[in-house]
Each structure stands twice: as structure tokens, then as C-alpha cells.
Design a binder for this molecule. Structure first.
Ligand SMILES: Cc1ncc(COP(=O)(O)O)c(C=O)c1O
Length: 432
């Protein structure tokens, strides 16, 4: 029932995270509340770094996809573990820089970066810019010229792989707003432009085939497709691309029934394919980058809510309403993302009640989960949604003018606030 090894049940029958009682946390900080385990984040970050060392002799680095959860303290933690960071907006770059991250460790993505964002990135010497369109290449070249800098550029390629995941989060196929397609010659044309651009240093190619993927095979296939593109470019221009970024997308446990993906199995399988393919194509092993977001942060987080009402509609369904919802976690409303929900103060009781967990927002679609088995709660009980570390806080909104919740970090059995709860004054601070 528990989706992460940072969770447990204590002698009071309460859910714990990092050894700390979640009912105590709900009382101390109020709800809704995001809670994260720092040890869990650090352990996974370390294992990715170790894996790059082992499988590629350290030639490469894991890049944390900060869109999963971007705030100053998460940036500091990731940075202190030696990982790079990917950013998809000026706001994410700004946050990382303000947290003290060296901009050279930042990789700037996005299918429609504005001129202002690109200028800011180049001005601040980010590690590389991952071009997603011909316009990106032209703008980077122009900005490089203006600032008298040679800008490191990587091309985002669509390797055309269907990773069998939810359609809305599948990005590797040709019908995607992200990247250059191989099938229609776009990728080749982009490579030519990048080589010819005066103010660009064409460093690498990138792909990202989707999210919440458990199969290893699509990743292996993607690495082969990307290496054959590197070979094609080498044959045409006589230059071997140095960096290969294979993206993120590794699945995590949201439900008991989700498989447990050993990231090391993925890393070893891809490494084997990369080594064999480079040998076959007479290529040097490129520096290998991976971009996990969800798998670093997702299982490290939970959300705590207070149950407000239980509504039983005979022959229809039972609704449990909580004091948060789509404003702090829009993922069910967006694409029916699955979660495990538990009653944190009744962990030793049997989850025999079937209910839909609803939020407090004025939308019928404001649901957190439908028809799940849970312990029957009463008003005032603490409901926890597990594995909410990724794409929850980062996707939160102020819909209905609800302040965004606080986030508490647990480390060595102690709790500290890393993001304060928004105040009502925060809500109106930009209103004229
Ligand atoms: C380019 C890129 N890299 C990395 C990621 C991170 O994916 P995940 O959080 O599933 O690991 C994403 C997610 O959308 C992405 O678009």
C-alpha cells in the first residue's frame, strides 16, 4: 500500500515520512501540506550519479529535470549532490541561479523559448541551449553575435518511438510539438544550420521519449536511433557530436500494482546498447546525459489534507471532500493520473470503503481519484495522497483564490519549511 521506502506506519497507526508522524505535521503546519523526504531525494540522485560513473566511466552527468519540482531548496539539494539541472523557462533558470547553482550546470529546454528568455540564458552562460525549432537556432546565433559569445547548442530530436504511455505525456513521436523529426529531414537541416551558424558551438543531440515509462526497450531503441543520427552527421560533415542526452521519463510507483523499476537495470541495458552500437558504427562513446525528473523527486513526496465531509449518494457514489484539490494537484483533472490515497491517522484499519476523493474547487472535475478503496473517514481525519513529489507543487495554481500550500522537508527525523504557505496578501499583491 505504501509507494515509497521513505514512508512507514508508527505505533499509533499513523503514516510517517522519513520517520516523522504525518498527523503531527498536519497539526503543526496545517493542511493542505506538501511533505518531502530529503534522504529519498539524495539517495536517488546519488544512485544516478554513481550509475553514470559506473556505466560511462563518468563521461556524462545526470540532469535533474527541474520542471518536476523547482524551488530554491530543491535546487540546492540537487546541486550539492553534483547533478546538473534542466530548466524550461526563465523562471526556472532564475530560481536555480538565485539558489546558487552555477549557470554552466543548467540546460535550457522549451519548444517556444522567447527571445528574452534566450537572451537571459546566453547572457548568464547556461551550459547549453537545447534547440527545439529553426527559430531557436537563428535566435541563439543572433544573440551569441550580439553578446560576442559562442553558444553551446544541442538539438532536440524526435526519435519516433512510441513508449506506450499516456498520450498526453508522450513526446517522442513525429506528431509532437517538441523537437526536430528525423523522418522528414528536419533534424538533418537543423544540424546543417547549427554547424554553419557563426556563434554556435554544436555540441549534442537530445531526445525524450515520454514519461512514466517502465519498459527498458524504448530507451534502448532511442539510444540506437540517436547514435545512427550521430553517425549520419559524422558521415556528412566529418564531425562527431560529443554529447548524447537521452532524456528522462523513468516510471515511479504511484500504485501498489505499479512495477518497481530498478533504474540501474535501465542504465546498464542502455549502456550496453550504446557501447555495442558505437563499436558497430565506429563512433567514440559520447558523453551521456540523462534527465530524470519524476523518478528523483516523485516518490519522495506526499500531500496531506484534512477531510471536510463524506457524502454518500445511494446507488451513485461516495464522495470524500478534502481541503485541497486541483489547485495543488491538477494531474487527475488533466489526464486521470493515478494515485494511492490513505487515511493517515487510521493506517492499521482495512481500506474497505469505496469512494471518490474530491477537492474543494468549483469544478465537477476537481477530483483527486475516483472509486478507490480507502478506510472510511470522518470529518477531521487526515487524508494523504502518496507519490506527489513531482508535478504537483510545480503545477499548482491559485484557482478560486486559494493560497498555495506550504512544503515541509524532512531530514534525519526533523522537519523544516522549504516553501512557506502563501498568504492572502500574496494573492492580491499584484492586483492594482
Ligand atoms: C525534455 C525533458 N526532459 C526530461 C523530462 C523529465 O521527465 P520525467 O519527469 O518523466 O523523468 C521531461 C518531462 O516532460 C522533458 O520534457
Amino acid at each position: 500500500m505504501l509507494t515509497s521506502d521513505c514512508l512507514g506506519i508508527n505505533e499509533k497507526g499513523h503514516l510517517t515520512i522519513g520517520g516523522v508522524d504525518t498527523v503531527y505535521l498536519a497539526e503543526k503546519y496545517g493542511t493542505p501540506l506538501y511533505v518531502m523526504s530529503e534522504d529519498k531525494i539524495r539517495n536517488i540522485a546519488k544512485s544516478y550519479l554513481e550509475s553514470i560513473r559506473k556505466n560511462y566511466s563518468g563521461y556524462g552527468v545526470p540532469i535533474y529535470a527541474s520542471k518536476a519540482f523547482c524551488c530554491k531548496e530543491i535546487c540546492r539539494i540537487i546541486d550539492s549532490e553534483g547533478l546538473d539541472m534542466d530548466a524550461v523557462s526563465k523562471g526556472e533558470i532564475y530560481t536555480a541561479i538565485k539558489a546558487g547553482v552555477n549557470p554552466k550546470k543548467l540546460h535550457f529546454h522549451g519548444n517556444n523559448k522567447t527571445y528574452d528568455e534566450l537572451f537571459y540564458a546566453v547572457e548568464n552562460d547556461v551550459g547549453d541551449i537545447i534547440a527545439d525549432s529553426f527559430e531557436d537556432i537563428n535566435r541563439v546565433d543572433e544573440i551569441g553575435g550580439k553578446l560576442n559569445k559562442k553558444v553551446n547548442l544541442t538539438l532536440r530530436i524526435k526519435p519516433g518511438i512510441d513508449a506506450h504511455t499516456h498520450e498526453f505525456i508522450r513526446t517522442g513521436q513525429i506528431d509532437s510539438k517538441f523537437g526536430f523529426a528525423l523522418e522528414n529531414g528536419e533534424a538533418e537541416k537543423a544540424a546543417e544550420m547549427a554547424f554553419k551558424a557563426e556563434n554556435i558551438s554544436f555540441k549534442g543531440v537530445h531526445c525524450h521519449i515520454g514519461s512514466q515509462i517502465f519498459d527498458v526497450e524504448p530507451f534502448v531503441l532511442a539510444s540506437k536511433v540517436m547514435l545512427s543520427f550521430i553517425k549520419q552527421v559524422k558521415d556528412e560533415y566529418g564531425i562527431e557530436i560529443e554529447n548524447l542526452n537521452l532524456g528522462g521519463g523513468f516510471g515511479i510507483k504511484y500504485l501498489d500494482s505499479d512495477p518497481f523499476l530498478e533504474y540501474e537495470v535501465y542504465m546498464e541495458s542502455v549502456s550496453k546498447a550504446v557501447h555495442e552500437e558505437c563499436k558497430r558504427l565506429s563512433l567514440k562513446i559520447p558523453n551521456i546525459y540523462i534527465e530524470p525528473g519524476r523518478s528523483i523527486i516523485g516518490e519522495a513526496g506526499i500531500t496531506l489534507y484534512t477531510v471536510g465531509s463524506v457524502k454518500e449518494i445511494e446507488n451513485v457514489r461516495n464522495y470524500i471532500s478534502v481541503d485541497g484539490g486541483m489547485g495543488d494537484n491538477p494531474r487527475y483533472a488533466l489526464y486521470q493520473a493515478e494515485y494511492t490515497c490513505v487515511i493517515a491517522n487510521k493506517m492499521n484499519e482495512n481500506p474497505e470503503y469505496t469512494a471518490t476523493i474530491a477537492g474543494k474547487y468549483c469544478e465537477s472535475g476537481d477530483l483527486i481519484q475516483e472509486n478507490v478503496k480507502i478506510v472510511k473517514p470522518v470529518a477531521g481525519d487526515i487524508l494523504s495522497v502518496l507519490s506527489t513529489g513531482a508535478y504537483n507543487y510545480s503545477m499548482a495554481s491559485n484557482y478560486n483564490r486559494n493560497p498555495r500550500p506550504a512544503c515541509v522537508m524532512i531530514k534525519d527525523g526533523t522537519d523544516r519549511v522549504i516553501i512557506k504557505r502563501e498568504t492572502f496578501e500574496d494573492l492580491i499583491k499584484n492586483d492594482i
